[in-house]
Ligand binder design. Sequence first.
Ligand code: GDP
Ligand code: IMO
Ligand code: MG
Length: 427
Amino acid sequence: MVDVLLGLQWGDEGKGKIVDVLAPQYQVVARFQGGPNAGHTLEFDGFKHVLHQIPSGIFRGDIQNIIGNGVVLDPIIFKKEIDGLAKYNLDLKANLFISKKASLILPTHRLLDAAYEKSKGVAKIGSTLRGIGPTYQDKVARMGLRVGDVLSGNFKQKYQQLVDAHKVILGHYGFDYEATLPQAEQDFFAAVAFMMQFKFVDSEYTVNDALQKNKTILAEGAQGSMLDIDFGSYPFVTSSSTMSAGACTGLGVSPKQIGEVFGIFKAYCTRVGSGPFPTELLEETGEQIRAEGREFGATTGRPRRCGWLDLPALKYAIMINGATQLVMMKVDVLNIFDTIKVCTHYQLPDGTLTDQMPYDLTDGDVTPVYVDFKGWQTSLDGIRAFDDMPAELTAYVDFLEAELNLPITLISTGPDREAIINRVVVA
Ligand code: GDP
Ligand code: IMO
Ligand code: MG
């Protein structure tokens, strides 16, 4: 079976940590979408490490870690990531597999990302500027380059053809690429040569062969459901299918092979970049959450916008993903509050209440309706069992499980891989 682990909010839920926690139960960990816009943080043995494109099973010994066909891969960032992993003495050449069908991010994709964002002015998406949108755009336009193309004799020619097309667009936007492109191209080709030392595979075969052998696979999502290209807060989204169905197209597996769908959410909400965020707290409480949760982007360092938990958004994400169990993250961040709020409904401009996501959420004119919970106001350090949780936290969990109609099987109480309350049942 392929179990899928994905974010139910706007990204940064803590996916990296939980993939690392669960990875020992799997033989394969595979990324199925996104690219270096992701920043997945793992903490263990006093180390803190942020992964961008490499799957988060990489620290767990002999697990096959696959970069799937649905991913957009930047060779320059790949090389930096590999260099950054040197100190851990991992057998990356044995355990890392790259799909030949993964899309290549070229230096001009990053420039295009910047040009498009600049042209949008205040309406900008707040992209990570990693070239994600333009690379997926070329993939869908049937113009893109893929990892397997670097093996062909005419790769440079194909590269040049695409870059020439990009230069026309950059010229149209009046974007000066002359200053930075030559160096970036040198870095790109050096990084491509470096990348060729690793295993390029037809990963759909790798994955399905593993399934045939009854191996267990964990598909690692990036970003979150509210950033999904179809169901997120469009157009303030990323350019890939971040939902469970994305694991099928992003790895080449049948929907029948999907087993558990772990939906991860923070006990509150955060969002980086622009776009609607109904429960956003623009006052002191938001600042407190940001400080307590160290809510600054793992990829761009930008401060994350913070707010209370949003159940209409969470229910929506659970529905489109078919989540089977829930993982609640960063509960310790709420230790300091005497009152914790949860948004159960939105009030629409005409006064009606709904717990569904309105089409025009983009207009930002819904008012969240909250219920209050008494905070536990105590440290959760060292708690490993549900039964040992403070009564107020148990009440909070019970309420959420009833509202969301799913079990919360993991509760994370700190960044370290050991800070977890675990009652996962894997079939
Ligand atoms: P991802 O993109 O979903 O993998 O999440 P990020 O790594 O971008 O952001 C999650 C941040 O929260 C990282 O800095 C983690 O180290 C940290 N983190 C994860 N779980 C917990 C937790 O339970 N409590 C606290 N305080 N921090 C956590
Ligand atoms: P992980 O995997 C949080 C956001 C950006 C921007 C929008 C589009 O770490 O959870 P893009 O670069 O994809 O064109 O940006 O999506 N975004 C993320 N926010 N976590 C991420 O990844 C994100 N990846 C993209 O901030 O608003
Ligand atoms: Mg992140």
